[in-house]
Design a protein around this ligand. Structure first.
Ligand code: AMP
Length: 142
């Protein structure tokens, strides 16, 4: 099972912001879109960084309300770990566990093509386990 399978079900919409937006504007996107992270991308959809709820918490903890007017790019992670359509679900789980993050942007030819969250991975893994159990039940019954 690969990232391509996950995107077939969930679609490849990714909520992005440009480097120039303020932290408050980025928070509004997180809230409105009900997601835990936004990708910071340029006009060609090349990934410049990722900003998650954790970064917002850190910003507010360090600077209080004044953080809202600062650029979101000041708080984003620039070294973004990405995956491809061929990355498998176990590989994704490994990437998220080792990196201690819950979002992995998907690149195709160096361009942002989708995003996979830990929720998507868990959902897919549960579906796989249920499928395997059903196969086993059918095998035992036959
Ligand atoms: P998360 O668990 O995804 O909310 O993110 C936790 C921290 O890891 C935040 O500082 C994010 O900016 C950062 N982060 C999230 N996703 C990635 C990623 N794919 N590559 C690198 N850093 C990330």
């Amino acid at each position: 099972m690969t990232v391509a399978h996950i995107l077939t079900t969930k679609g490849n919409e990714v909520f992005t912001i440009s480097e120039g937006v303020t932290l408050k504007e980025a928070i509004d996107v997180l809230a409105k879109r009900r997601v835990g992270a936004v990708v910071v991308a340029d006009s060609a959809r090349r990934v410049l960084g990722i900003l998650s709820e954790r970064d917002v918490v850190r910003a507010v903890s360090l600077q209080g309300q004044s953080a809202f007017a600062s650029p979101a790019s000041a708080w984003m992670t620039r070294e973004v770990i990405t995956c491809s359509l061929d990355t498998t679900v176990p590989e994704l789980m490994d990437i998220m566990t080792k990196g201690r993050f819950r979002h992995v942007p998907v690149l195709r030819d160096g361009i942002l093509h989708g995003i996979v969250s830990i929720g998507d991975v868990v959902k897919r893994r549960i579906a796989e386990i249920e499928h395997e159990a059903e196969d086993l039940r059918t095998y035992i019954a036959s």
